[in-house]
Design a protein around this ligand. Structure first.
Ligand SMILES: Nc1ncnc2c1ncn2[C@@H]1O[C@H](COP(=O)(O)OP(=O)(O)OP(=O)(O)O)[C@@H](O)[C@H]1O
Ligand SMILES: [Mg+2]
Length: 336
């Protein structure tokens, strides 16, 4: 491993998961943790047991916060929902523990690695159309926290990160779409320069909440069933109740339609740009694109519209869940 690659990291701070990417020889290596926590009353005994079992936790205001992947198990055990530091792509203002939990998760992911002076590029959501400052607090608060940990940081919009991860063969020209939990991020780039980027607050959480309300379920259970059994190619497992299957289809179609319409509007003004006249590749990434049949459904819907730019191919990222973190690492390796 080169000395260069060793002290560079890509970090995707997602509403659902936080992913760290780093180079290991010629390979990319990814580690991730759920961006969630539960709080339990503080007691010395509980702390000692958690210590002994090596369950990541922190102390805060008379509470113990169990965070990351372990939080889901604890929530199950305690019949409660996990709490989430982020909502719709950014730190949740209603969750006072948000930033300290994200920090604890980053410390967990980078435990044992050299932080001081290492270069780290982290993903941020692009602002929604018309609200350029929407994520300013989120971006700056994360930068400060990461600098306190010793990193030299820069941020990168998530849609562009997908392009950096996937479109090297096209000189980073094309459209990157990351469909996550809280947000869908879109970027149109020409030779690695973002021309248009935006986010919209519609992604997996929107599908879960909508389908849950329609089928009389709770969103957490819908998410678990969706991830295990749902598919958009007509091959959903029988283990998915019929009503829920139908509701998931409705909300997935609504999401796909919403993303395509938002792209049409945002790209409309770019139609006249001669340099974007050649057909462009479009890459789909993020956990919400993992449902079998998603790419086909997306392509079918897009080809039916009068899309303002010519799209040559629509493909799924090689590793949809890790593409934004990989793109952030590509940026950190390239030019920091
Ligand atoms: N195998 C799967 N099938 C269907 N959906 C999945 C699957 N795995 C994850 N998801 C969904 O993907 C979403 C999480 O995706 P991802 O990890 O890309 O989001 P994130 O980056 O944390 O969030 P965001 O980018 O919105 O801040 C969740 O809604 C989750 O339910
Ligand atoms: Mg994401």
């Amino acid at each position: 491993m080169s000395q260069e690659g060793r002290n560079r990291f890509g970090l995707d701070v997602g509403t659902s998961r936080i992913v760290l990417a780093r180079r290991s020889g010629e390979e990319y290596q990814f580690d991730s943790q759920l961006n969630a926590f539960v709080s339990i009353p503080w007691s010395k005994l509980t702390c000692e047991v958690l210590e002994k079992e090596r369950i990541p936790h922190a102390r805060s205001d008379g509470q113990i916060l169990v965070f990351g992947d372990a939080s889901e198990r604890f929530a199950d055990l305690l019949h409660t929902e996990t709490r989430r530091p982020m909502l719709e792509g950014a730190l949740n203002p209603e969750e006072p523990e948000g930033l300290s939990v994200v920090r604890a998760i980053v410390e967990l992911l980078t435990g044992g690695l050299e932080r001081k002076g290492s270069k780290l590029c982290y993903s941020i959501p692009a602002p929604p159309v018309g609200s350029p400052d929407a994520f300013k607090f989120h971006r700056v608060a994360l930068a400060q926290m990461l600098e306190e940990l010793g990193f030299e940081v820069r941020s990168l919009e998530e849609g562009l990160a997908v392009i950096f991860a996937e479109l090297a063969d096209f000189n980073y020209t094309g459209i990157g779409v990351s469909l996550g939990a809280g947000l869908t991020n879109v970027c149109l780039a020409y030779l690695s320069v973002p021309v248009v980027s935006f986010s919209l607050p519609k992604a997996g959480d929107h599908v879960d909440a909508g389908a849950a309300a329609a089928a009389g379920e709770v969103a957490t259970r819908v998410r678990v069933l969706k991830e295990q059994y749902f598919s958009l190619n007509g091959l959903s497992s029988d283990r998915l109740p019929g009503k829920l299957r139908q509701a998931l289809r409705v909300f997935y179609d609504d999401l796909i339609r919403g993303v395509i319409e938002a792209m049409q509007e945002a790209f409309e003004q770019q139609r006249a740009l001669p340099r974007l006249n050649r057909p462009l590749p479009l890459v789909l990434a993020g956990g919400t694109a993992l449902v079998p049949g998603f790419r086909d459904r997306f392509e079918h819907a897009l080809r039916q519209t009068d899309f303002p730019l010519r799209v040559s191919e629509i493909r799924l990222a090689a590793d949809p869940l890790h593409a934004p973190a990989k793109g952030a690492l590509v940026a950190a390796l390239a030019d920091m």
